[in-house]
Each structure stands twice: as structure tokens, then as C-alpha cells.
Design a protein around this ligand. Structure first.
Ligand SMILES: Nc1ncnc2c1ncn2[C@@H]1O[C@H](COP(=O)(O)OP(=O)(O)OP(=O)(O)O)[C@@H](O)[C@H]1O
Ligand SMILES: [Mg+2]
Length: 245
């Protein structure tokens, strides 16, 4: 092992032993004992402490791992979405590794089934990443959201809701598609209201025509959406049934 590496692994072993012991003990002795135990089990202490080789991973590659396979290469080609991504990337506070994401407008991507709403929404997330925006984001369909937040033992639903509500960017897919109740209405209200008040960019997709937003989601949610979102209306056939050759 080269010298700096040996010193690093020794330092690491030292830190390990000093957190494990209660009585102050000579650290060198303990490290030697630990090495003895590892060697007795056929483990090379140097190999245990060695760092994995660093591989360069871009923010886009990391994001791709979280994007559902179907939308992993999605490109937002709608002009309004490109304009939105440019705006958000420009407005972000500058930082050492690219602009951050701050307050900004949200998008409501509406249209019938299969017109590419989810595709455009994930495309928008990817567009921000390719523009170098440092991004923490969450994505959830409303049906999954309600299932996730349903009260059950040993699960802190409130914390889950807060994570989504406070996420710097949220993709809320298929709003209005799940069965509603007073409980889902209240939950949607709390989520949207937090994002409305803090002006957090939110990508929302929905099958609902504008006129039905109020009756399905309730007036309080529809009113906030009207103010906080730019509308993107997608038209055309169901792309799932009319695939280009
Ligand atoms: N611009 C595009 N270029 C290539 N493929 C696309 C594009 N838009 C959508 N698709 C593909 O078309 C199919 C339907 O798209 P998507 O799932 O985004 O529709 P949707 O509007 O969200 O439908 P739903 O309302 O049922 O959720 C997917 O296979 C998607 O990958
Ligand atoms: Mg969809």
C-alpha cells in the first residue's frame, strides 16, 4: 500500500476505535488488536478501509436512476416547457456547482390520456438538470400519494407529506385521477397550499379539463392552481395506440 493511503486507512481505523471505546485507551494498541482480529478471520484490514474508486457521476445520471424506465430518456419538446425550464434555470440562485432552484412558476400540463403529459413532465425535470440546476426533486402520482399517506401503524404520514410539500421541485402526476373524498381533498389542499404559499415550482399533470378542476379538486385547490400555474394543453391522439413506425 502507498504511504498516504496507509496513513488514511490508519486514521480511519483510529476514528473507528475511538468511537467504540468507553475507557480512554492507547489507540495504537486497539487498532493493532482490531487488525489482529480481522487478520484472524482472513480479512485484510487495508482492504476493509480502502475507498472505492471514485467514478464521475453527473446529476443527470443520478436522476435517471430515479426516473421510471419509460421516461428515462424523455425530452421536453413543448415550447412552453422549454421556456419554463429556461426561466427556472435563470432565476436560480448561483452556487459553486451551478444555479440552485428557488421560487418560480409552476406548470399544469393538461390533456387527454396518452398525449404525453408525464413524458413532458419528466422531460422538464431532465431539462433543468441538463441546464446545470442543482436539484432536489420528488415525483409521485396522486393515487400513490393517497395510498402512501393513508394512516397506518408505525408510519409517519405527516413527515412524508412535509417532504413532498417542501421539496424544491415536485412532480405531481395525474392530479384528479384518483377517487376523491373529504380526506383526499384536505390532503391535496395542504400540499398545494404549501407550494402555493412558498412559490415552489411544481409540475402537475392532469386529465381534467379546466372546467372540471373546481368540481373534482374543490374550489380552494382550483383557485390556487389558477394563480400559481401556467397551463400547457396537450392535444392529439393517444400516443400509446398510435405509435410512430
Ligand atoms: N414527445 C414524445 N416523444 C416520444 N414519445 C412520447 C412523447 N410523448 C409521449 N410519448 C410516449 O407516449 C406514451 C404516452 O405518454 P405519457 O405516458 O406521457 O402520456 P400521458 O398523457 O401522461 O397519459 P395518461 O393521461 O394516461 O397518464 C409513452 O409511451 C411515452 O413514452
Ligand atoms: Mg401520465
Amino acid at each position: 500500500m502507498d504511504k498516504p493511503r496507509r496513513r488514511r486507512s490508519r486514521l480511519r481505523r483510529t476514528a473507528l476505535t475511538s468511537t467504540l471505546t468507553r475507557e480512554p485507551q492507547p489507540v495504537g494498541l486497539l487498532a493493532d488488536r482490531l487488525n489482529g482480529i480481522l487478520a484472524g478471520r482472513g480479512i485484510d484490514p487495508g482492504a476493509v478501509a480502502a475507498e472505492p474508486p471514485a467514478e464521475p457521476v453527473t446529476a443527470l445520471e443520478l436522476a435517471d436512476a430515479r426516473i421510471p424506465a419509460r421516461y428515462r430518456r424523455a425530452l421536453a419538446d413543448h415550447p412552453q416547457i422549454i421556456t419554463w425550464a429556461d426561466h427556472i434555470a435563470h432565476a436560480g440562485r448561483p452556487g459553486p456547482s451551478g444555479p440552485g432552484i428557488a421560487e418560480g412558476p409552476s406548470l399544469l400540463i393538461a390533456g387527454p390520456t396518452g398525449t404525453g403529459k408525464t413524458h413532458q413532465a419528466y422531460g422538464a425535470v431532465r431539462a433543468l438538470l441538463t441546464r446545470g440546476v442543482r436539484l432536489r426533486w420528488e415525483a409521485v402520482t396522486t393515487a400513490d400519494l393517497y395510498a402512501r399517506l393513508r394512516p397506518r401503524a408505525g408510519h409517519d404520514a405527516e413527515r412524508d407529506l412535509q417532504t413532498l410539500a417542501r421539496s424544491p421541485l415536485l412532480l405531481l402526476d395525474d392530479l384528479g385521477a384518483a377517487k376523491t373524498s373529504e380526506w383526499t381533498e384536505e390532503l391535496t389542499y395542504r400540499l398545494i397550499n404549501h407550494r402555493y404559499e412558498h412559490m415552489l415550482p411544481t409540475l402537475i399533470t392532469t386529465n381534467l379539463p379546466t372546467a372540471e378542476l373546481r368540481t373534482t379538486l374543490g374550489d380552494r385547490v382550483a383557485s390556487r392552481l389558477a394563480e400559481m400555474t401556467d397551463r400547457v394543453i396537450l392535444k392529439g391522439p393517444d400516443r400509446r395506440r398510435h405509435r410512430s413506425p
